[in-house]
Design a protein around this ligand. Structure first.
Ligand SMILES: [Zn+2]
Length: 453
């Protein structure tokens, strides 16, 4: 009789396993015989047992020594690798009034092992979304969000800029999103009020503000390397903004790399974080033609009309009279050098790729970004830090980003070692978000539901 019950419960556990996330509130989930990549140092702890419960890592130890309680869900992880979940610090969640498409985007991130995202263009509905994710009503990554954007359109006067900072602080947004189009008149008031109220500025650097003023004003993170190429390009002040191209794509070939150390030192001195979003340069603004991306398997998760828009945007870039293959190569190369200089110069990089954005599908694009960071010269360990340890420091969440007893159990189980090959970050066997374990069967069934074509 007892045996029959054991059999039944295994059968039941197996079923739950395939169809739904397994919650470990008051139940242990055990990763047995797993290779742990702790991320607080560059090492692999071989053949460990990791026990998690109620959203925390309870125990890590040698297989033989760790006791597992009755009723635990045991995941046979022999030969697999356990790493902290990654953060996507330049995510976009649809800024609409309907939660359904938002939930779909959150799921795309989550099944890709992204356990924290920072939404970079928020609205009031995102505050509700954040609340529902926190309470567990909606399954998704830990969610932070900016408010509506500060741009040339939304901020026409200095007074309006300051007022908008106060409104967004009062509404409860985490960050202020700065877009292009701010001026020497409107920017200082926004910066001053942001500092006074303690709601950080993130995102773009307006062309007429320039990166030096942005650094002085103490941005929390500068995204897209916006303003960086301009800052090291001689004679940029003689050009109009539209002559330079997006992120100075048309002028990067004339950048003077000897000016770079001064920029890196200034960023470091102010502890300004940098979110490269290199995927934009390597895909949309790259020397490659649109056809090079036409068979990208990620695209099936986007609506056909969206993919058409992306292809049109890619073609428009490559058909611009200012585009040339050589210039695009120079642009990508200059940006890689800037990214590596940030890493070597002690500027903290945060992982982020700006999806959904031309040829960048949420979740999947974060893995492309990791690969592009290694192309820039970072080691896989340094790349993985940009999405884990560096983010924990940035968000002031000292019990995250590392696999250690007492830390939060936001984890990814991989089939290969990403320290040896960064592409293994995509080779996902399961994701643990707080108290929930999402096994591969669940991930696959969600991905199937999320296909748009
Ligand atoms: Zn963006």
């Amino acid at each position: 009789m007892k045996l029959y019950f054991v059999f039944l419960s295994i059968l039941f556990a197996g079923r739950v396993f395939a169809q739904a996330p397994v919650s470990n509130v008051d139940r242990e989930i055990v990763f047995k015989s797993v290779n742990v990549i702790p991320m607080d140092r560059e090492t692999v702890l071989r053949d460990q047992t990791v026990v998690v419960k109620n959203g925390k890592i309870l125990t890590i130890g040698d297989n033989a020594k760790v006791k597992v309680s009755n009723g635990a869900l045991v995941v046979d992880a022999k030969g697999k690798y356990l790493t902290p979940g990654w953060s996507e610090m330049h995510a976009h969640v649809p800024a609409i009034d309907d939660l359904t498409p938002m939930k779909e985007v959150l799921m795309l991130y989550l099944v890709n092992g992204i356990t924290t995202i920072r939404g970079m263009l928020g609205n009031a509905k995102h505050l509700e979304l954040r609340q529902k994710v926190r309470s567990g009503e909606i399954l998704g990554p830990n969610f932070y969000t900016t408010g509506p954007a500060f741009s040339g359109q939304t901020v026409k006067t200095a007074a309006r800029g300051m007022e908008l900072v106060k409104e967004e602080k009062a509404a409860g947004y985490d960050y202020l999103k700065l877009l292009p189009g701010l001026t020497k008149e409107t920017f200082p008031g926004i910066a001053k009020t942001s500092a006074e109220l303690g709601i950080p500025m993130v995102g773009h650097v307006s062309f007429s503000v320039g990166v030096w003023a942005a650094i002085d004003a103490g941005y929390s993170s500068i995204d897209h390397l916006d303003g960086f190429v301009e800052a090291i390009t001689p004679g940029i002040d003689t050009l109009a903004e539209q002559e330079t191209g997006l992120f100075s794509a048309w002028t990067a070939y004339s950048a003077d790399m000897s000016r770079l150390p001064k920029l890196i030192q200034a960023l470091k001195a102010k502890n300004i974080r940098v979110v490269p979003t290199q995927a934009i340069a390597e895909r949309w603004l790259s020397p490659l033609p649109a056809t090079a991306f036409a068979n990208d398997p990620d695209l099936k998760y986007m609506k056909p009309e969206e993919v058409r828009n992306w292809m049109n945007a890619k073609n428009a870039n490559n058909n611009n009279p200012k585009f040339s293959k050589e210039r695009a190569e120079a642009f990508v190369d200059v940006r890689r050098k800037i990214i590596l200089a940030c890493q070597k110069g002690g500027v903290q990089l945060l992982l982020g790729c700006d999806a959904p954005q031309v040829l960048n599908v949420p979740g999947f694009a974060t893995h492309h970004e990791m690969k592009y960071l290694t192309d820039a010269g970072l080691t896989p360990f340094e790349v993985l830090k940009t999405g884990t340890v560096n983010v924990a420091d940035y968000l002031k969440k000292p019990d995250s980003g590392v696999i250690k007893t007492g830390y939060v159990s936001d984890l990814v189980l991989l089939n290969g070692n990403p320290l040896e090959d960064i592409n293994q970050s995509r080779n996902i066997e399961g994701v643990m978000i707080g108290t929930k374990w999402l096994p591969k069967a669940f991930i696959q069934s969600e991905l199937k539901k999320l296909q748009k074509q």
